[in-house]
Design a protein around this ligand. Structure first.
Ligand SMILES: Cc1ncc(COP(=O)(O)O)c(C=O)c1O
Length: 387
């Protein structure tokens, strides 16, 4: 049995190029070479000890069965309380659906909102899986090229221009991957207005919420109640492998999402949910705040260091842990550059090609998920490469 058995949708789902790079990096490391990792899209901090202990305690107490598909009520309430404490917003915990990472949330939202043939607008560059979640439900992802003029974000005008009678949804992320840029409250409100006037839905990916450095943090739920918000324990909370996220949905949509979640996932991991509950306590929040400061320090180190080498950052990355560098003054082939940097200097970065096709060959993503000392070593190696 060979290709003819593979469903046709798989032709449109591309693997991550960075995975191939990562495999090469591992080979080099196995052969004794040192590699500075600036490609990894996950914090180098694990879940804080009290969170891990709560997960272990849940296992020891036998809290390991299925939970309600929408999550344990205590965790939904804790998330609702978090919106109250951080943003002064009263969100009914019933509107919160706990999901297997925000990836699970994206799958549920596409399944519940998108009919076959309907279009979903998103940015290019953008998080590469987004289009595949749309493909998976036989929707049509429409990538809109964005650049530094709009902080690599969609604008209301772009949404207006790209809208067709088949458009159903707009998906934005703030802070965004790979650019680390954020949408202002006004920009988000304008996009929301265009989307609602046209009878569509707005989905806002807030998975990097909490990792924002100068600007005032806000949530899209502050702009309107009928926005679908995605969030996750992966990044700010340092729990990538626990596989836990959440959706905040308008009340009417909770039951359909619950129904689909029951069918697709049955439930999220029970121990992970009990662990996540602990993440909202003051001691853990203090740890997350320290980590945020550390990420900021790293950004403030890496950005000027790369500028000195010749990379440019026409839009200031305000959040997440990524720098999306324009490398056009150094190369016209960022894919080649990524492989060269790895093979010749042992520095792993992600080529622009992983995030779309819009000027991808002129961009490279650096993740500052490595400490400053190690990054400094990486920067020295890159400097040597260009010398
Ligand atoms: C913008 C964005 N959305 C969603 C995800 C999915 O993450 P998770 O499923 O771990 O919540 C990622 C992961 O890197 C991301 O960068």
């Amino acid at each position: 049995m060979t290709e003819q058995y593979i469903a046709r949708r798989m032709e449109r789902i591309a693997p991550f190029y960075v995975m191939d790079l990562l495999a090469k990096a591992k080979q080099l490391e196995a052969a004794g070479r040192s590699v500075v990792h600036m490609e990894v899209g996950q914090p180098d901090f694990a879940a804080p000890a009290p969170v891990a202990a709560a997960g272990k305690a849940a296992i020891d107490a036998g809290k390991t069965g299925y939970t309600p598909a929408t999550g344990i009520p205590e965790l939904r309430q804790a998330i609702a309380d978090h919106y109250r404490d951080r943003f002064g917003l009263a969100i009914d915990s019933h509107r919160i659906i706990v999901t297997p990472g925000s990836s699970g949330g994206l799958q549920l939202l596409m399944g519940v909102l998108i009919n076959p043939g309907q279009e979903v607008l998103m940015t290019d560059p953008g998080y590469p899986c987004n289009k595949n979640f749309v493909e998976f439900v036989s929707g049509v992802p429409v990538s809109v090229p964005v650049g530094p003029e709009t902080d690599y974000q969609l604008t209301a005008e772009m949404v207006r221009q790209a809208w067709t009678e088949r458009t159903r949804a707009v998906l934005v992320a703030s802070p965004a991957n790979p650019t680390g840029t954020v949408l202002s409250r006004d920009a988000l409100r304008e996009i929301y207005q265009v989307v609602r006037e046209r009878g569509g839905v707005l989905i806002v990916d807030e998975i990097y919420q909490g990792l924002i450095y100068e600007l005032e943090a806000f949530t899209a739920l502050d702009v309107a109640d009928d926005i679908f918000v995605l969030n996750s324990f992966s990044k700010y909370f340092g729990m990538t492998g626990w596989r836990l996220g959440w959706i905040v949905a308008p009340p009417f949509f909770v039951d359909p999402i619950d129904c689909l979640a029951q069918n697709i996932f049955l439930s999220c991991s029970a121990p992970a949910q009990y662990a996540a509950l602990r993440a909202f306590s003051d001691d853990c929040l203090a740890i997350f705040e320290q980590r945020r400061q550390e990420f900021r320090r790293r950004r403030d180190f890496l950005l000027p260091a790369l500028q000195e080498i010749g990379f440019s950052f026409p839009a200031v990355p305000q959040g997440a842990f990524y720098l999306y560098a324009d490398c056009s003054s150094l190369t016209d082939d960022s894919f080649r550059l990524a492989y060269d940097l790895l093979e010749k200097e042992g520095v792993a970065v992600t080529p622009g090609k992983d995030f779309g096709t819009n000027r991808a060959a002129q961009h490279i993503r650096f993740a500052y998920t490595t400490d400053v000392e190690r990054m400094n070593d990486g920067v020295e190696r890159i400097r040597r490469y260009f010398r």
